[in-house]
Design a binder for this molecule. Structure first.
Ligand SMILES: [Zn+2]
Ligand SMILES: [Zn+2]
Length: 393
């Protein structure tokens, strides 16, 4: 049996060059035109059947397997962020104000390297490989748009695998666990309406500012008093806007933020209590309040059977890695939409630079990865494909 990490290391330059190429020319969600052209051309030259223009810029590469073999979908996201890069590397962003600050450039490089190795070992791959290059992961609805464009049909995948380079953890760390691993995300907006007036005559107004302050304080008890200490949830107020100057009481204050939960029952409790506290507090302060909650993504829930199938081969066949089966994050990922329909899992692959002073988190203007993550992540995908197709590469 060929060692998948050796195959990946053999293609290290191929991965690195692709990643540098993508990093220099980042594009925002649903505008990944240059990026998806490179992806499509590379897949095509490798011999994949390529479909382009799915949900605008999405690309699918198909490598048909033997009749009756499973279809395994591997997903890689393509979009960058509206961040001004502060790195001064020779491969820094050339598109001003746009940056691959989350590592999706690495994901595409990993995906195309996996594509190359799989096609070169095609006779040993006992599966149909469906490579999905997705636009607009960063909260813009790329996964949903691809599903609406029937990406999960013809052929329907039996399994789906996704991964993220992860600067929170060092090289060699792999986060792989069953069940909920990333939170579902909702956004909320609260409008508190009173009656404005002169700051020196507050008794002639209905001041929405103390009502807003009380609402922010009171909602902190939802997590500490209404949820079990063993359940996970986040409520973060991330913006508050009201008033324009120091001596005018405003008519309205707007608050917005995000809710993160793993379980639908916990989400329901949080939203119900939020509504109750907002309405009753506003009433106590003679104001009116309106709450709008919008779901962004459900929680990422890894399928236990898939995790069980791939964990041992990954830990046994890839040298110098350690699997963390307890990984959980309150960050969200729209891969959740694929996992809602197809059994699969999402894997984190440690990519932090060993020098802590040079390591920056995802979405930071100085974000960069330790390139050593590229072959590790490639090997993780190859091991997953091998385990799920019960084939040998
Ligand atoms: Zn991100
Ligand atoms: Zn990301």
């Amino acid at each position: 049996m060929t060692n998948n990490l050796d195959l990946a290391l053999h293609e290290f330059n191929y991965s690195k060059n692709l990643r540098r190429e993508f990093h220099q020319f980042p594009e925002l969600g649903f505008q990944e035109f240059r990026t998806s052209k490179i992806v499509a051309e590379t897949l095509s030259s490798l011999g994949y059947r390529v479909i382009t223009g799915i949900a605008k810029t999405g690309v699918v590469g198909l490598l048909p397997g033997k009749l009756g073999s499973p279809t395994i979908m591997l997903r890689f996201d393509m979009d960058a962020l509206p961040v001004l890069e502060k790195n001064e590397t020779d491969y820094a962003s050339k598109n001003l104000g746009i940056m691959h600050a989350c590592g999706h450039d690495a994901h595409m490089a990993i995906g195309l390297t996996v594509a190359k190795i799989l096609v070169e070992n095609k006779d040993k791959v006992n599966a149909t490989i469906k490579l999905v290059f997705q636009p607009a992961e960063e909260g813009l609805g790329g996964a949903e748009a691809m599903i609406q464009a029937d990406v999960l049909k013809n052929p329907k995948p039996d399994y789906c695998i996704g991964a993220h380079v992860w600067n929170e953890k060092p090289l060699g760390w792999v986060g792989l666990s069953a069940g909920p691993i990333m939170a579902g995300a909702d956004t909320f907006e609260i409008k508190i309406t009173g009656k404005g007036g002169h700051g020196g005559h507050p008794h002639e107004t209905i001041d929405p500012i103390p009502a807003a302050a009380q609402i922010i304080s009171a909602t902190q008890t939802i997590i500490s008093r209404n949820l079990s200490p063993l359940e996970n949830a986040v409520i973060s107020f991330c913006s508050m806007n009201g008033g324009t100057t120091f001596n005018v009481i405003p008519d309205q204050v707007t608050l917005s933020g995000t809710i993160r939960t793993y379980l639908p029952s916990v989400r329901d409790t949080v939203i119900r209590r939020l509504e109750e506290i907002i309405q009753h507090t506003a009433l106590a302060y003679q104001c009116q309040a309106d709450l709008i909650v919008d779901s962004v993504t459900p929680a990422v829930i890894n399928n236990k059977e898939v995790v069980d199938k791939i964990t041992q081969p990954i830990s046994e066949h890839i040298s110098n890695i350690k699997i963390d089966t307890e990984i959980k994050s309150m960050v969200s990922e729209d891969f959740a939409f694929f996992l809602n329909q197809i059994p699969g899992c999402f894997i984190f692959v440690g990519s932090a630079k060993s020098d802590k002073a040079l390591n920056f988190g995802h979405h930071h203007p100085k974000f960069d990865i330790d390139k050593g993550v590229l072959p590790i992540a490639v090997a993780v995908f190859l091991e997953a494909v091998e385990a799920l197709s019960a084939s040998q590469i």
